[in-house]
Design a protein around this ligand. Structure first.
Ligand code: PGA
Length: 253
């Protein structure tokens, strides 16, 4: 059965001490409240705080993910971080193809595909983001855009490798804007994505793939979004920077 996942994408926020405090607060809350048995929490801090988070995760309730990875294995790429480096720090997940990386750092579907390969080679599970910008939604092109991102970024994988992938549908117009997709809009695209996966890899693989929603997800709307049959959790930005909000989202299943 596919997992429910709530992943916190901290983006470029928090100093070390603030990050450390956030993790302690999350753990404190989790000590009094129980997550659903099938729910996995993932923290995706900036690179310098990965080890602090994996140290905590050894004794507790969440997995740790990175926010990015380079598409090469190693070498002269100043300032970059490789998949083998992440693997050597017990990082289990990594976000790929986030809309901010696509928009500001030229991350194309071809680069997404290469990053996914690097991660899978190192036993790290990619959380692959897709989603349309506002003009594409207004032009009714959201299905075409998402299909291209999923096909070009992921469908070179064989079924076994694809089984390691988590997908996050994040309509760009909903990210950090306070404007959330309606539960119907989310369900419609999530079902479409699961259909694409079923066509390519069969129903069993599709049924086992976790598809997360991202974009202004918060405690007040998480329950409604997660209640949809094809919404298996969330990739949370702003609300993951507050321990109580983040834990309450994870409790929304
Ligand atoms: P948001 O960000 O929750 O702040 O909208 C989501 C994301 O970018 O992953």
């Amino acid at each position: 059965m596919r997992k429910n996942i709530v992943a916190g994408n901290w983006k470029m926020n928090k100093t070390f001490d603030e990050a450390d405090e956030l993790v302690s607060q999350i753990i404190e809350l989790l000590e009094t409240k129980e997550l659903g048995e099938n729910t996995r929490m993932i923290l995706c801090p900036p690179f310098p705080y990965l080890e602090m988070c994996t140290d905590y995760s050894n004794e507790s309730y969440f997995s740790v993910g990175a926010q990015n990875v380079n598409d090469n294995e190693k070498g002269a790429y100043t300032g970059e971080v490789s998949a083998p480096m992440l693997a050597s720090m017990e990082v289990e997940y990594c976000i790929v193809g986030h809309s901010e990386r696509r928009a500001y750092y030229g991350e194309t579907d071809a680069i997404v595909a290469r990053k996914v390969d690097q991660l899978l080679k190192n036993d790290i599970r990619p959380i692959v983001c897709c989603g349309e910008v506002l003009e594409e939604r207004e032009a009714g092109k959201q299905f075409d855009v998402v299909k291209r991102q999923i096909t070009d970024g992921l469908f070179h994988l064989d079924a076994e490798a694809f089984g390691q992938v988590v997908i996050a549908y994040e309509p760009v117009w909903a990210i950090g804007t306070g404007k959330t997709a309606t539960p119907q809009q989310a369900q419609e695209i999530h079902a479409f994505i699961r259909g694409l996966i079923a066509e390519k890899y069969g129903k069993e693989v599709a049924d086992n793939t976790s598809i997360l929603y991202g974009g202004s997800c918060k405690p007040s709307n998480a329950k409604e979004l997660f209640a949809n049959p094809d919404v298996d959790g969330g990739l949370i930005g702003g609300a993951s920077l507050q321990a109580e909000d983040f834990v309450n989202i994870a409790l929304a299943f």
